[in-house]
Design a binder for this molecule. Structure first.
Ligand SMILES: Cc1ncc(COP(=O)(O)O)c(C=O)c1O
Length: 503
């Protein structure tokens, strides 16, 4: 029975809130976020620091926010902008008229994960005779491949990367291909370390086996070609490489478009065909979807279109140059600090470093950098690779880069003074002994409260309501001590504690 006296809850106000007050609320909420602009955030956000670009993208988004990508015939504006984005991506990645891949086609998706899921779906559905399809990926491939495999019930064969080169051996990739393999994938570059896989060799072994080869250029597909034009040695990775059948590139990364836009390209329309989902067997409209979403806002697509048109080829070249110089300066800063070493000499737009023997505790260092206004991303140790600190470098970092070196040295000194995190014995024992199945929600609530995570309790006394602690070294150390399956379960439970209705 509906209680007539009930008034709204959470976002639903009883009487509606005045526009300026609502905006003030949003701004107040945003004040607690990491700074998206200013060149001090090294993950999640891609900022070119081009004056006026945000306003242009927001205006374009507004123009098309209510347009629905569900039916391209009803909204030809969206179709035109999508086709223009696909042509631009195809051109940047070595396809189109006058190239060896003149028949490139593509789709605009909501992000890298969706592009990868669709690349796997297209490969799977092109081989319907395979009842137990499999894909081969390097150990450094983005987690979205694992998600795709999980969602699509495709088995994942992971080929380890060398701890020295951080790349997979093409011979090992070849050996992992089985009769059931429908796709071989590689990265250009990998997210974690920013290294470009041996794409030509991997595409060749895939072609020899008659298997599709996807290049995940979600992260760097928009910068590598410009870096190459600036003189950086970039190995072949795009449609110029025989055997590459599809490539993904995220416009919401280094094309600097607002979030929600990636492009999945196929070498030709026949390769793309199994990506579509069509359904006419119901009384409503026939559903023809090239991507996972059905109803789609035109907003992100229009914003991406405006961003590309405004920056232009010359703009991207200039931004790549600025980014390249910032990467070099950051890498030099790391090289200049005793106790740190680069995981790899930067070859794209990632700087990734780890601690040397006797160096500072990396997780404490990350907290010390945060305290100095630098937001970096800790990466846990994995499969023989040490824990590391990841910096995604964008053009906005360039003006700040001179400040980073002294702050890094200072943060390392502070981390050494603090000393390494020592987990309480019972927590270490727990991390080592606990199995994912034994992890009950109650145990996680206790653990979260003990670690000061999920805020202990909110006003209503429910765990999970308060702010997160500023220092995460203990949490990261605990996670680092846990095997991946336990990390997954712990974090699912932690995030579940955070995601509760705000009544
Ligand atoms: C190489 C690579 N692939 C895929 C993705 C997934 O992209 P998204 O977060 O847009 O889904 C990322 C994200 O960082 C990435 O770096």
């Amino acid at each position: 029975m509906i209680d007539e006296n009930r008034v709204g809850a959470g976002a639903l106000a009883a009487d509606g809130v005045a526009a300026e007050d609502v905006l003030a609320e949003v701004r107040a909420l945003r004040a607690g976020d990491r700074p998206t602009h200013g060149g001090r955030l090294f993950a999640y956000v891609y900022d070119p620091a081009v004056p006026g670009l945000d306003d242009l993208a927001a205006a374009a988004h507004q123009e098309s926010a209510h347009v629905n990508g569900l039916d391209p015939t009803a909204f030809p504006s969206l179709l035109a902008m999508e086709n223009a984005l696909v042509a631009a991506a195809g051109w940047v990645l070595g396809g189109g008229p006058g190239t060896t891949a003149p028949d490139v086609v593509g789709s605009v998706t909501s992000g890298g994960t969706e592009s990868l899921i669709l690349a796997v779906k297209a490969a799977r559905d092109a081989r319907p005779e395979q009842v137990a399809p499999r894909i081969v990926v390097p150990g450094s491939a983005h987690a979205a491949f694992a998600k795709a495999a999980h969602y699509l019930r495709v088995a994942l064969d992971v080929v380890p990367v060398s701890p020295d080169t951080l790349r997979p051996d093409p011979t090992a990739m070849a050996a992992a291909i089985r009769p059931e393999t429908v796709l071989v994938a590689c990265s250009a570059p990998s997210y974690a370390h920013g290294v470009v896989d041996p794409v030509a060799e991997i595409a060749a072994v895939a072609a020899d086996a008659g298997v599709r080869c996807h290049v995940d250029a979600c992260f760097g597909g928009w910068t590598l070609p410009y870096l190459r034009r600036l003189g950086t040695p970039v190995p072949p990775f795009d449609f110029a490489v025989p055997g590459v059948t599809s490539i993904s590139v995220d416009l919401h990364k280094y094309a600097y478009a607002p979030k929600g836009v990636s492009v999945l390209l196929h070498r030709d329309a026949a390769l793309r065909a199994p990506q579509y989902f069509a359904y006419a067997d119901w009384p409503g409209y026939t559903m023809i979807n090239p991507v996972i979403a059905s109803t789609r806002s035109g907003g992100p697509i229009a914003a991406a279109y405006a961003t590309l048109r405004h920056l232009g080829d010359a703009g991207y070249l200039a931004l790549a140059e600025r980014t390249r110089d910032a990467v070099a300066a950051l890498a030099d800063a790391v090289r200049g600090v005793d106790g740190l070493r680069l995981m790899a000499d930067p070859e794209s737009t990632v700087v990734c470093f780890t601690a040397t023997e006797g160096g500072p505790d990396l997780f404490v260092l990350v907290d010390e950098l945060t305290a100095r206004g630098w937001h970096t991303q800790p990466q846990l140790s994995y499969a023989g690779l040490p824990a590391s600190v990841h910096l995604t470098v964008t053009a906005a970092v360039a003006p700040r880069v001179a400040e980073f070196g002294p702050d890094l040295a200072d943060a390392v000194a502070a981390a050494r003074a603090v000393g390494p995190v020592r987990l309480p014995a019972e927590l270490s024992a727990l991390a080592a002994a606990l199995t994912p199945d034994a992890l009950t929600p109650e145990l996680v609530v206790g653990l979260a409260a003990g670690l000061g995570l999920a805020g202990g309790s909110d006003a209503g006394g429910t765990p999970g309501g308060g702010p997160l602690p500023e220092r995460m070294a203990v949490v990261n150390t605990l996670l680092d001590a846990a095997p991946p399956a336990l990390r997954e379960r712990l974090l699912v439970e932690f995030v579940g504690l955070l995601q509760r209705p705000a009544w």
